[in-house]
Design a protein around this ligand. Structure first.
Ligand SMILES: [Zn+2]
Ligand SMILES: [Zn+2]
Length: 247
């Protein structure tokens, strides 16, 4: 006899689970009662989905209002070391809240949803993905990683790699100097702050490769810039970058 589940069993189990182990959206507090909802409700995910906007073709800076994409003034003045950078959306509202839950509450399961958002927002961007050999998560310093327990960029990159069918090279880049958190410093200061903070790992295998750096939030671009420089100096053919959100 084949083991066939009674059609109502799934529903009853779900109901029992809701009654005895109710769980609520970690962002808005709504009861999670719909199929597949974990930690964050479907409405919050919908709200986190980025809206299209006009961008700087190089650094991905979002311009106010409609219009043709062009290169922003700061990229005209000083070309960044990476070829292009794209964020999935602006660092505010639901997207920001979910990133904070993911990063500081260590809710690594949210990495999959965020990778889904990235797939939707920038998965079809040919300029970003053409010929990419590997995803390189921006590393944390080993001490910071021990404190936090996981590297959010690595978790996000792993999920994104699955969606896009691209290999992730964790360990290709190593953080050797633990600078004070970026948020405590301002603009110009930050650039000096990360100089020489990274190096490539042993047997990195990045020579001649097209690499896509992956991080959670793009603030001044100092981290992405320094990581790009390090990879290019080590022989990478081209470095592009993708972050979940842009502050
Ligand atoms: Zn919610
Ligand atoms: Zn720009």
């Amino acid at each position: 006899m084949t083991r066939k589940q009674h059609p109502a069993a799934g529903g009853w189990l779900r109901l029992a689970e809701l009654v005895f182990f109710p769980s609520f959206c970690r962002r808005c507090g709504r009861l999670l009662d719909r199929a597949g909802e974990r930690l964050v409700c479907r409405d919050c995910w919908t709200e986190a989905r980025p809206r299209r906007s006009t961008l700087c073709a190089v650094c991905g800076r979002m311009f106010e209002g409609e219009g043709e994409s062009h290169v922003c003034r700061s990229c005209v003045e000083v070309r960044p070391p990476y070829t292009i950078h794209r964020s999935c959306g602006a660092y505010n509202g639901a997207l920001k809240d979910i990133i904070l839950l993911f990063k500081y509450r260590k809710l690594s399961v949210l990495g999959r949803g965020l990778a889904g958002i990235a797939g939707e927002a920038v998965g079809g961007d040919e300029d970003l993905w053409r010929g990419v050999d590997a995803l390189i998560p921006v590393p944390l310093h080993p001490r910071r990683k021990r404190e936090r327990g996981f590297n959010q960029s690595r978790v996000f990159a792993a999920e994104l790699g699955k969606i896009m069918g691209v290999e992730v090279r964790d360990g290709a880049l190593i953080k050797v100097r633990n600078a004070p958190p970026q948020t405590s410093l301002e603009g110009r200061e930050r650039t000096g702050n990360v100089r020489g903070a990274y190096r490539v790992g042993k047997g990195d295998g990045i020579r001649g490769k097209v690499l896509l750096l992956v991080d959670d939030v793009y603030t001044t671009g100092a981290t992405i810039g320094e990581c790009s420089r390090t990879l290019l100096e080590a022989g990478a053919k081209e470095v592009r970058a993708l972050t979940i959100a842009r502050a």
